[in-house]
Design a protein around this ligand. Structure first.
Ligand code: HEC
Length: 140
């Protein structure tokens, strides 16, 4: 099942403010905002809004080619979220780092990340990944 529509609007609001806030924070912004001209938004080709928005908001500062975080040069070679296909092939490793209740490796996002997902959003995206990140509007 997908998240409630109220959760979706909360996530959408976060994404909008992440874009609108570009330049107003001293940390890397990332998100759905395009960094340099010509760089496509992260998670290209992802039909599931909640999954795309979560990854854009919480992972793209470091794992997207347009990411602006100081750790991006270290993080990007390890894992990328430029496209849906890159995300989908990472099922096992994403589960390992996203499941903070039972982690296998470094929990993501790390403490220095600009934003950390609240538990309900983390569970939503984790459940989607556990289902194999189905690329459908409902994520099921
Ligand atoms: C603040 C920067 C930052 C953010 C934001 C971030 N990561 Fe990372 N990530 C890193 C760094 C740095 C590494 C490589 C070093 C390490 O493993 O600690 C990494 C490594 C990874 C790896 C590879 C782990 C391995 O063992 O090979 C995965 C998968 C990953 N991140 C997933 C995510 C996901 C999913 C998100 C969003 C929910 C995310 N990261 C958000 C910095 C970040």
């Amino acid at each position: 099942m997908g998240p409630s529509s109220s959760l979706l609007s909360v996530i959408a609001g976060i994404a909008v403010s992440a874009c609108a806030g570009k330049g107003s924070h001293d940390m890397g912004t990332g998100g759905g905002a395009s960094g340099e001209a010509g760089v496509e938004p992260a998670m290209k080709g992802t039909l599931y809004d909640a999954g795309r928005t979560c990854a854009q908001t919480y992972c793209s500062p470091c794992h997207w080619k347009g990411g602006q975080h100081v750790k991006q040069p270290v993080a990007y070679p390890a894992f990328q979220v430029d496209t849906y296909d890159e995300w989908a092939t990472g099922q096992t490793i994403i589960t390992a780092v996203l499941d903070k209740w039972n982690p296998d490796g470094t929990v993501m996002p790390p403490p220095e990340a600009p934003k950390d997902p609240p538990d309900d959003e983390r569970k939503t995206i984790l459940d989607w990944v556990r289902r194999g990140s189905p690329n459908t509007p409902s994520g099921t």
